[in-house]
Design a protein around this ligand. Structure first.
Ligand SMILES: C[S@@+](CC[C@H](N)C(=O)[O-])C[C@H]1O[C@@H](n2cnc3c(N)ncnc32)[C@H](O)[C@@H]1O
Length: 208
């Protein structure tokens, strides 16, 4: 997927996407429960690792900021979509000293070992070069937590819906994730199913 179209897609839909986080009950009713499951799972993994600084790639409106700040974890959120960044900055202002928001995409990640964990929720879905993204995350932090949609009818339907807007949608099987990890010097440390929607994966450096 050309990055510009992915950025534009979420720039145009920032408020609509952020609205899913207003009511967990309502979102579950319309099949968006995995959004909450992947947030909770990420917080559990991050806090279980004793992390103090997280890179949140494709942070969107910043739904991870509050639960991480509540555990004393600082977050640097990055996102290239200006409308998402505007929402994320409003959210970040609620946690002074704990959250920084930067307008940039994952292509601009050049940090090395600058964070304890790099998180990417709802990003690999749309990325044509997942190994390049995972490699960048694995250099920025020794642990990576990311969500991946499973292949199947749900992903097929999204492929058609998003495809009409020029955004590609990719599905991943557990073996795809293991292959992706080994190609980037990582291992799959944990794979949590997200209902039928896909997986939350925790990658760690091989031999680390
Ligand atoms: C499905 S939303 C997920 C947002 C947030 N992580 C969440 O879980 O609510 C995908 C996010 O990826 C962002 N994005 C688009 N292109 C990106 C890129 N090149 N690098 C990083 N994030 C990108 C979008 O702007 C959007 O905010």
């Amino acid at each position: 997927m050309p990055p510009a179209e992915f950025d534009r897609y979420f720039h145009d839909r920032a408020s609509r996407f952020a609205a899913f986080y207003r009511s967990e009950g309502l979102s579950r009713l319309i099949g968006r429960g995995p959004l909450f499951d992947r947030l909770r799972g990420s917080v559990e993994i991050v806090t279980g690792l004793g992390a103090t600084h997280v890179l949140d790639v494709g942070c969107g409106s910043g739904p991870l900021f509050a639960p991480l700040a509540a555990h004393g974890v600082r977050t640097t959120g990055i996102d290239p979509a200006p409308a998402m960044v505007a929402l994320a900055r409003i959210e970040a202002n609620r946690y002074p000293e704990m959250v920084t928001v930067q307008e940039r995409g994952w292509e601009a990640i050049d940090e090395e070992d600058a964070y304890d964990v790099a998180v990417a929720l709802g990003v690999f879905d749309y990325v044509d070069e997942p190994a390049v993204l995972l490699g960048a995350l694995g250099r920025a932090a020794p642990h990576v937590v990311a969500s991946f949609p499973a292949p199947g009818l749900r992903t097929q339907l999204r492929r058609v819906r998003y495809g009409a807007r020029g955004v590609h949608v990719h599905g991943y099987r557990p073996e795809d994730l293991r292959a992706l990890a080994s190609g980037t010097g990582l291992v799959v440390a944990e794979l949590r199913p997200l209902d039928r929607a896909g997986y939350l994966a925790h990658f760690a450096r091989a031999g680390g």
